[in-house]
Design a protein around this ligand. Structure first.
Ligand SMILES: [Zn+2]
Length: 775
């Protein structure tokens, strides 16, 4: 712990020093990265100035065919400042003194890792030694049978022909630190990363003697016999397993710094998916507090999440690790998804857009090839132009602060204990639905961890809570304070309906703010946003049997006389609420989910109600059996200056899955109503554009990523499609009255008009992306 605290102190000091440099009076107009590199270069550790990365993931065959000179040329062409080189773990690429450290099949006596490290250092490039450390050959297992993970019947866990080491064994406490020290003594890499450092995942409980004894000593309990989210022993096993990974993170850092100096850091790789992090016990928040650099192994999109998910990942990791912490991300130059073709080039448009989408969210590009020799040479053409553009414009791509009035709340404990085994459906999909809707609506937002609301959301207007079922009392209290201070909420589904362990509460903890409450007569499978499964006493996320359901648009009811409506005074239909704008020609929206009754507080507005399922087939039967109900699909209320929208309907999840445009429009409308004019950006013009807004001293920076393509949702992308023109209004940089605009991709200086504190300008078109700098 002491090590960790001193490290934090050092980081805090460093951040203070950098901030001071940026704020120095009389500083030149160009700040950020350039200033760091000229005035604080010597005090800035290497991992804060290694912006462009490359990795050739070495195969066992490569020691006899690795053309180091050719790769040095490629490093130079792509401008990389750091490379990742395979050192040891499952396979060693140097002649290790440890006889059981398996040498690459074609290594012989060659020190390929050492040769490459020397070459990189000679070229002024930093080296991160790559470990892949969680499994071994059979001879290792036979020599140390007590270092390996075992199932309930005592058999070792295996992956193909390899044996999985137990994270609680001396393999991690003694053997790996010895290997790290050996590598440092031989070749002095600048740091270490590790691909599979977190050991066995959540799906496999280890019952080895180490785990049995350590868990008993920590909790007084026996290891859980199976995965049972309602069993307190299983819950404690989850938290104990997280804590061990964090301990290994600290142990590895102590080891590498003691042997290699204070900047010889160790930083294991992380995923951009919180569900993937949860399943491998990598706690993003705890890691973000400790990491000097965030190494992301997150190589591609899937069809549900799109390129925009990489921009989201960049924002998420920076919000937890700090915007001055670099976050390089491994970006596959080979075809991965759909399919794995390790030595075939990924279509250039697909690889390029993944890189650009990440850069827009603050990610450092890192090309990634598997094997040192390729017959598909097209893959060597993709990264170079992106890296060169990055290098030319680096002042505007680092050292910047995001600007947003909307926060999208997440927490890994919610993924664990509310999501349980269904987190892709009940946690990830609602979040993703909002992400897509925000991108569609061109509303800048930031991912906010539920424990950081007090610190990070103070200046925000709206918090979105996408089916955040599990909230601890303290988190509920901070959300309450946010509203008391005038903030607005947009919550969906089961938000606040469960405590931090995922146990159901009798009512929403935020029910008074939502303006509605659960009724006592919820039928099984009917609670909003539930996760399903036999362990869930109150809900299921399954759609209604046919999925053939609708939401009915309800006019606001106005009293016959001015003033508040009293008692049973008759009401007349008024105009529809602003959240229904754009739906003037329909009284129904396709929905597809199910809903159950809620008790709505007086004064709350219900602009949408549920139409229960009716047959779709044969068509003669497709008539509504129950056209009108009182079951709310959306409840709106006002609390002081704060506006609260609670949407029991899982429109967020449905948008992630079905992509119905009405769902995006509805979510966007509700966000705009809660934001009440506070959104700092408008962009007019056709196309799907992901907008990231930043500020630097004296400067506004808008990064627009063109996601309009024939493969907007489905990979791989083959062709880029130009869109435009766009009319944009964005914030005027602080202290400026007549800012000038510059385009970092198309070039040119469009005219700027300033009115009402906003700058407006037009750009003709965007092919892949554009960065507008206002200064
Ligand atoms: Zn074990």
């Amino acid at each position: 712990m002491t090590e960790y605290r001193s490290d934090l102190t050092r980081r805090t000091f460093l951040r203070g020093a950098l901030a001071g440099a940026l704020a120095a009076p009389g500083a030149p107009a160009l700040l950020g990265a350039e200033r760091q590199s000229t005035t604080t270069r010597e005090s800035t550790p290497w991992y804060r100035r290694a912006y462009l990365w490359g990795q050739t993931n070495i195969t066992e065959k490569d020691p006899v065919r690795y053309d180091i000179d050719w790769w040095r040329g490629y490093w130079k062409r792509t401008q990389v400042q750091a490379v990742i080189i395979n050192a040891g773990g499952i396979v060693a690429y140097y002649p290790s003194k440890f006889p059981l450290h398996h040498r690459a099949e074609f290594l012989g006596e060659r020190d390929l890792f050492g040769d490459l490290t020397k070459a990189a250092h000679a070229d002024g490039i930093f080296v991160m030694a790559r470990m892949d450390s969680n499994r071994t050959d059979e001879d290792f297992f036979k020599a140390h049978p007590d270092w390996f993970a075992r199932n309930a019947s005592g058999q070792p866990y295996r992956a193909a022909d390899k044996y999985i080491a137990c994270i609680n064994s001396a393999y991690y406490d003694q053997y790996l630190p010895d290997v790290l020290r050996e590598i440092i003594e031989r070749s002095k890499p600048d740091g270490f990363t590790d691909n599979s450092w977190a050991g066995l995942g959540r799906e496999s409980i280890c019952y080895c003697d180490n785990c049995t004894q350590k868990f008993k000593a920590k909790t007084g309990k026996a290891l859980p016999r199976k995965a049972d989210w309602d069993d307190q022993a299983y819950r404690e096993w989850i938290m104990w397993s997280y804590a061990r990974r964090t301990e290994v993170w600290e142990l590895n850092n102590r080891t590498t710094r003691a042997a290699g100096g204070p900047d010889c850091i160790w930083s294991g790789m992380n995923s951009g998916s919180v569900t993937a992090q949860a399943r491998s016990f990598r706690d993003l928040k705890e890691i973000g507090a400790r990491a000097d650099i965030m190494m992301l192994d997150h190589q591609r999109r899937d069809d549900d999440t799109g390129f925009q998910q990489n921009g989201d990942t960049g924002k998420r990791v920076h919000m937890i690790a700090g915007w001055d912490t670099l976050a390089p991300e491994s970006m596959a130059m080979y075809q991965s998804g759909p399919g794995y073709y390790r030595v075939a080039a990924k279509p250039a448009a697909e690889a390029r857009m993944w890189m650009i989408a990440g850069i827009a969210g603050g990610i450092q590009p890192w090309w990634h090839h598997v094997a040192a020799y390729h017959e598909d040479r097209r893959m060597y053409q993709t990264a170079e132009p992106v890296m060169r553009w990055w290098k030319t414009n680096q002042h505007y791509l680092v050292g910047r602060t995001p600007v947003a009035s909307v926060g999208l709340v997440w927490s890994q404990r919610n993924t664990d204990f509310f999501g349980r085994d269904a987190s892709p459906e009940v946690v990830d999909a609602p979040y993703t639905g909002f992400m897509h809707a925000l991108v569609r609506a061109r509303i800048p937002y930031l991912p906010i961890h539920a424990d950081d609301i007090e610190r990070q959301a103070a200046a925000m207007t709206v918090l979105i809570l996408p089916n955040v079922g599990a909230l601890a009392e303290a988190q509920v209290a901070t959300i309450r304070r946010f509203v008391e201070r005038g903030g607005s909420l947009f919550a969906t589904g089961a938000t606040s309906l469960h405590n931090e362990w995922g146990d159901p509460r009798p009512d929403f903890a935020l029910g008074d703010l939502f303006g509605c409450h659960r009724t006592g007569d919820v039928t099984p499978g009917g609670a909003p946003g539930g996760r399903g499964g036999s362990t869930d006493p109150i809900g299921a996320f399954a759609p209604s049997p046919s999925g053939h359901t609708y939401l009915r648009l309800i006019p606001e009811l106005r009293a016959r006389v001015d003033g508040p409506r009293a008692g049973d005074e008759p009401a007349i239909p008024g105009p529809r609420h602003a959240v229904l704008s754009g739906f003037e020609e329909t009284d129904l929206l396709a929905y597809g989910g199910s809903l159950t009754p809620l008790r709505v507080d007086k004064g709350a507005v219900v602009p949408l109600t549920f139409v229960p399922p009716f047959p779709t087939y044969p068509p003669e039967t497709a008539w509504m059996r129950e056209p009108k109900t009182d079951v709310p699909g959306l409840v709106l209320s006002e609390h002081g200056k704060g506006r609260v929208a609670y949407m029991p309907a899982d429109v967020d999840r449905r948008y992630a899955r079905d992509h119905l445009p009405d769902h995006a429009r509805l979510l966007g409308n509700v966000i705009r109503w809660t934001a009440a004019g506070s959104i700092p950006l408008t962009v007019e013009g056709t196309g799907l554009i992901d907008c990231h807004l930043y500020q630097q001293p004296g400067r506004s920076v808008l990064h627009m990523v063109n996601l309009t393509s024939e493969a907007t949702w489905r990979a791989p992308l083959d062709e880029l499609i130009r869109v435009g023109p766009f009319k944009i209004t964005m914030p005027v940089p602080a202290g400026q009255t007549k800012p000038r605009a510059r385009l970092l991709v198309a070039g040119g200086t469009p005219a700027v008009e300033v009115a009402g504190g906003r700058a407006s300008l037009e750009i003709a078109s965007i092919l892949d992306h554009e960065v507008i700098v206002l200064e």
